[in-house]
Design a protein around this ligand. Structure first.
Ligand SMILES: [Fe+2]
Length: 257
């Protein structure tokens, strides 16, 4: 029988990875804005990344993009960006507004971009059949939203602050509160997936998914800022989070480069 992995085991591995990264950078290696595909402390990542070199698409890659589906304006309805108004009643939890801009590497706005989010409810439970841990579902919260960026690349969601939830990477493993983001780009081949975190979460240091981004400033870019001017009196708290698609200020994306 194998001994169950403890948080201490995982935290020691995270510290080793961080130390190895600091040494690489000190020796002149470039800053790593994206995690490696296999990050041992995040156990399942080791099992599911490609082990062979990626296969190049034959022919003209732009032709592939032209014939594939793209998602956009026609996929959005009026309530899609407000996750608190998708059912008859109001969901439980702390109502929040999350807004920001999608920018390219030159700081230019990326407009008309379909953004999708998904998240756990205030109790840390996903409305998904594979999430059966003992936290309550909320009949008034599905946890899925979509919107398009405006002319300045801005987006806005109204939702509920998600709760932390347990997962089975090791004993007593808990994910910090987070919202999953997916950007669809202008073609099917351009989908980007990432996660937004909330400032000051005490679980950051324990979470091998966040820590798989070994560079401290790259990790910091995944954390939204509380913005008091975005908070609405008697109604909701405001958070601001920009996504930079490429370049030195890039937001980490899953399935890195
Ligand atoms: Fe999640």
């Amino acid at each position: 029988m194998t001994t169950p992995l403890t948080q201490g085991d995982i935290s020691a591995e995270i510290a080793d990875e961080r130390e190895a990264y600091a040494k690489r950078v000190a020796d002149g290696a470039p800053v790593e804005n994206h995690p490696s595909r296999g990050y041992a402390p995040y156990r399942s990542s080791v099992l599911r990344h490609p082990k062979q070199p990626l296969v190049a698409v034959n022919g003209d890659p732009e032709a592939v993009e032209l014939t594939g589906p793209a998602f956009g304006v026609t996929d959005i309805t009026a309530f899609d960006h407000d996750l608190t108004r998708q059912h008859h009643g109001e969901p439980l939890g702390e109502r929040i507004k999350v807004t920001g801009r999608i920018l390219d590497r030159e700081g230019r706005a990326v407009r008309g971009q379909l953004i999708e989010i998904w998240q756990a409810n205030a109790s840390g439970r996903y409305a998904h059949q594979r999430d059966d841990h003992p936290a309550p579902l909320d009949p008034n919260f599905t946890g899925v939203g979509r919107t398009l960026t405006g002319t300045d690349g801005e987006y806005e969601f109204v939702t509920i602050k998600p709760g932390a939830y347990p997962w089975r990477n090791h004993v007593n493993a808990w994910r910090p509160a987070h919202i999953h983001f997916s950007l669809f780009g202008t073609a099917f081949t351009q989908r980007l997936v990432t996660q937004m975190y909330f400032p000051g979460d005490p679980l950051f240091a324990y979470d091998p998914i966040l820590q798989s981004v070994t560079d401290e400033s790259a990790r910091a870019r995944l954390v939204a800022a509380y913005d008091h001017d975005l908070s609405t009196p008697e109604w909701s708290l405001g958070y601001r989070w920009d996504i930079v698609l490429d370049g030195p200020a890039a937001t980490w994306i899953e399935e890195g480069r």
